[in-house]
Write a protein that binds this ligand. Structure first.
Ligand code: NOJ
Length: 755
């Protein structure tokens, strides 16, 4: 069904009809395309909310339509190298996702096509590179096709009957141009034109979707392809598309290359220049080479060789790749996320930064600075912001957002081994500006100013766990987990304060106060409780009928170093929460009238999502906790069972459904009717944290202020481990044969280490 080629950093699929679309993201940071294994997906310029290029039909089956299809008309029949959407299928076919590209290799009746799609560095365009060959002299007609939509998806849903008359799609010297002219669009001056061009002569085209597709037909059988000619339709008001008709002569066994460009530029003049550039002889090759070099440079910063090949595949390739995509797209658009209302989430992005730190400190700092612009003078943060769309942020106050900023900042400073970043000045959301150092101190101040009656941080609009939003409606509910998160970052800020020559001890005093509360008030006898409601009910207690034990307060009791009974707490994680497909977030799942009918915590079905699924994001913290407890077998069990290819094999492909090469956010739990169904793949905090868990805790390679600490916690399945890690510009070659701690001081002398 699929196979990995780690040499090439690729995964190849032998069948197109995977249980769900298995996606890839092609991007140069400005122009993006999410593409499935069958050529479906969505392209957008900067933002899928306001500059979406093609229709992405979430509610339709198959669920990856529309797409980036090229019909090949060969005599009386037509087919697509993407396999979909035609009824006539290639005789031989495979598709491959690689680092920033997706390739289709297909053959039918002696005609073979290799179609590689990617977005290069040099133009904002999705490049479709088609290599064509025939075993006999042949004339074929190509019809590359994109179904365009209104750029603002939400406006399209609501207003298309009026606004679609403000769209234009026309031919400009054999380059098709689409103009989104809607009068009330948010950023007209920054809205680009979209173009579609080829590097071979164009015989005809269509800009009107209905002319191209025909009545009561679909992408499967467009009338213009069937007829063998386009109608040269323009579209000034209506439903636009881009379709080209390209006549190609193939000589027996001679390869012909055709390139198609779906791009954006601000003016017609810019389009002309851009297309001219794209059509240059070496442009496509140079762009592809640039992409390969970029990923090579990125990924080579951390590479390992270990006996567990599935883990190796994830650590070296797919996990950092996924983490980079999360860093870039936050939780914006995926097969699961509609790309309509989520911009940059402060808590999510702050966590994504953790996995960018070892790769690119400047990118990590710039992103964190963006998050600091969402902080207020009192220290709290907006929940999401929309820097690209220019929309108002979501201003809900959560108990954890501001604390993640401290953690991300700590990781940056320690990786760099310099305090300079702390002096960068960033504006506050409500006016004025301050250094990064002042910003993170404000995060602590806000937490201190918002403690509840028991002394734990107030839950406010929820902590990390979205579902707890009803706990503090009257302003009294408290979060025990946030207390542990607070404790974790208090130790980090204390370390930075000392490095800065300021007194870190006041932070440690607060840490001790919170620690005392955790052990005196939060300890339930067998595990740590989760939170306290406005009414004073302890959620996550043996005394409660439901949701008795929660994963996060067990793992973070260890991570924070606060829990005197962390070992027992984690033993109970194993006993009550672990399954063969990962650790459930809570046990038992709740009914929709718990703790009270009016104050119920959830409407989720049992075992789904927030209510008792295997929440993969939170599983990563259990891996870390077990490493801190020095229990390699447990850490490995929790790590290994969630490797996407392992979980998929365990659940069965049809039950698991999602991609075997990227993590998902959660997997339906045993109390659901779909135990093993993976949900919300790609854009999830699991990516960053799993990467941190395996590289910094299992392999144990952690940046410290004055060097590199190697503190592995590996089972026999992962030993011996060889790691190459670039740290502060030097390459370290580390061989781990046993779980022993070693410190490499940063004097640059010792770069080859054997433990
Ligand atoms: C997904 C959300 O994006 C994230 O912000 C949240 O922390 C988790 N769900 C857990 O509720």
């Amino acid at each position: 069904m699929y196979s990995f080629n780690n040499q090439k950093r690729e995964i190849t699929f032998k069948k197109y009809n995977t249980p769900t679309p298995w996606m890839n993201y092609l991007s140069n940071g400005t122009f993006h395309t999410m593409m499935s294994q069958a050529g479906g997906g969505v392209a957008f310029y900067k933002s899928p909310q306001i500059w979406r290029i093609n229709h992405y039909k979430f509610f339709h089956v198959p669920t990856d339509r529309s797409g980036f299809y090229t019909y090949i008309k060969d005599g009386g029949e037509y087919w697509c190298p993407t396999n979909e959407p035609c009824k006539t299928k290639p005789e031989k076919w495979q598709s491959t996702h690689g680092m920033g590209y997706t390739r289709f290799e297909a053959e039918r009746k002696g005609v073979s096509v290799t179609a590689t799609y990617f977005v290069g560095e040099y133009e904002n365009a999705l490049i479709w590179n088609l290599k064509l060959k025939s075993d006999s002299d042949k004339h074929i007609t190509l019809f590359p096709y994109v179904e365009l939509g209104m750029m603002e998806f939400m406006r399209e849903l609501q207003w298309q009957c009026y606004n679609k008359h403000q769209l234009s799609c026309y031919n400009m010297e054999d380059v098709l141009v689409y103009k989104y002219g809607v009068e009330t669009q948010p950023k007209p001056d920054e809205t680009p034109l979209v173009y579609f061009a080829a590097n071979v002569p164009v015989t005809a085209f269509d800009c009107d979707r209905d002319e191209f597709v025909g009545a009561y037909r679909s992408e499967e059988n467009p009338q213009r392809v069937e007829l063998g000619n386009c109608s040269k339709s323009t579209m000034y008001g209506g439903d636009p598309c881009f379709a080209l008709q390209l006549e190609i002569e193939l000589k027996a066994n001679e390869e012909k290359e055709v390139n198609i460009f779906l791009g954006t530029a601000m003016t017609e003049e810019d389009i002309r220049k851009s297309v001219e550039n794209c059509r240059k002889t070496d442009f496509v090759e140079k762009s592809f080479k640039g992409l390969a070099e970029k990923w090579d440079a990125h990924l080579s910063k951390f590479q390992c060789k270990i006996p567990d090949k599935d883990a190796e595949t994830m650590i070296n390739i797919w996990n950092p790749y996924q983490a980079e995509r999360n860093f870039q797209f936050s939780r914006n658009i995926s097969y699961y996320a509609t790309g309509t209302f989520r911009g940059v989430g402060v808590r999510d992005t702050a966590q994504d930064i953790l996995a960018m730190v070892p790769f690119d400190l400047r990118r990590a700092k710039d992103k964190l600075n963006l998050l600091f612009t969402q902080q207020y003078n009192d220290g709290h943060c907006n929940h999401y912001c929309f820097p690209t769309e220019g929309w108002e942020p979501v201003t809900r106050i959560h108990s954890d957002n501001h604390l993640w900023l401290v953690m991300a900042c700590y990781h940056i400073v320690i990786e760099e081994g310099k305090l300079d970043y702390l002096d960068e000045v960033v504006e506050f959301y409500d006016g004025g500006s301050a250094t990064v150092w002042e910003h993170i101190k404000k995060s602590i101040d806000f937490c201190l100013a918002n403690l509840g009656e028991c002394g734990f941080p107030l839950m406010l609009s929820s902590d990390w766990n979205d579902m707890l939003y009803k706990v503090c409606r009257e302003g009294k509910g408290e979060s025990i987990w946030t207390s542990m998160q607070f404790g974790t970052v208090l130790r980090q800020i204390a370390e930075i304060a000392d490095l800065k020559g300021e007194d870190g001890s006041k932070y440690l005093e607060t840490y001790e106060q919170q620690k005392k509360l955790v052990n005196e008030i939060a300890w339930d006898g067998e595990w740590y409780r989760r939170c306290i409601t406005d009414e004073g009910t302890f959620i996550g207690s043996e005394k409660e009928p439901q949701a008795k034990i929660w994963l996060n307060t067990q793992s973070w009791s260890v991570i924070s170093g606060m829990g005197d009974n962390g070992t027992q707490a984690m033993d109970n994680v194993k006993k009550y929460l672990d399954t063969d497909l990962g650790i459930k977030k809570i046990h038992p799942s709740m009914t929709t009238d718990y703790p009270t009918k009016d104050g119920n915590l959830t409407m989720y079905n049992k075992g789904c999502g927030e209510n008792g699924s295997v929440f993969c994001h939170a599983n990563t913290w259990a891996v870390i906790a077990e490493c801190l407890l020095k229990r390699p077998e447990n850490a490995y069990k929790y790590y290994h069972q969630l490797l996407p290819m392992v979980a998929q094999a365990q659940a069965g492909e049809w039950r698991y459904k999602a991609e075997p090469y990227v993590y998902c956010s959660n997997i339906f739990g045993p109390e659901s009717d779909k135990f093993g169904l993976a949900n919300v793949s790609w854009l999830t905090g699991t990516a960053a944290w799993m990467y941190v868990a395996v590289t910094q805790y299992m392999l144990g390679i952690r940046a410290k202020w004055d060097g590199l600490e190697i503190d592995p916690c590996l089972p026999k399945e992962m030993l011996p481990a060889k790691v190459t890690r670039v740290f502060r510009g030097k390459t370290y070659n580390i061989t781990i044969t046993k779980n022993e701690k070693k410190f490499i001081s940063f004097d640059g002398k010792e770069t080859d280490v054997i433990i």
